[in-house]
Design a protein around this ligand. Structure first.
Ligand SMILES: [Zn+2]
Ligand SMILES: [Zn+2]
Length: 132
């Protein structure tokens, strides 16, 4: 069981089974919401313990697939906790317990700013991993 929370602690969650993959997205949207490295969590293993009423959602604009949840008190990005997909991203930096994983891939490398060098050997994709 892994625990996680937002910066102010209002939102608390736990994940029954450790995530099996980490990925870093370099798109401008992830960069601006302040979360780029995500753990992919199965919906059935995810439990929101506290703070549901404090989660706000930024719905995707036309042409984008993914919504972004965040804590309405402290602004922490929370991935897509309130969505309906079977597997969804939770920002790696929301976990309080250590994740025994390293980043498996980088996506949207085409949008990566020059000030953020990639310092590992993980696979890189110009956009989504399906379109290397
Ligand atoms: Zn918070
Ligand atoms: Zn992104």
């Amino acid at each position: 069981m892994l625990k996680g929370s937002c910066c102010c602690g209002t939102v608390q969650f736990e994940v029954e089974a450790a995530p099996t993959m980490l990925g870093t997205c370099h798109c401008s949207r992830c960069r601006k919401v302040g979360a780029s490295t995500f753990a992919f969590v199965a919906r059935e293993h995810f439990h929101l313990l506290e703070g549901e009423g404090s989660i706000a959602t930024y719905a995707p604009e036309e042409g984008y697939l993914y919504a972004r949840d965040f804590c309405s008190k402290c602004g922490s990005a929370l991935g897509e906790m309130t969505g309906t997909s079977q597997s969804f991203p939770v920002p790696a930096n929301c976990f309080d317990d250590p994740l025994d994983l390293t980043v498996a891939f980088h996506e949207f490398v085409d949008e990566k700013p020059a000030w953020l060098p990639i310092c590992d050997d993980a696979k890189q994709f110009a956009r989504h991993p399906e379109q290397p």
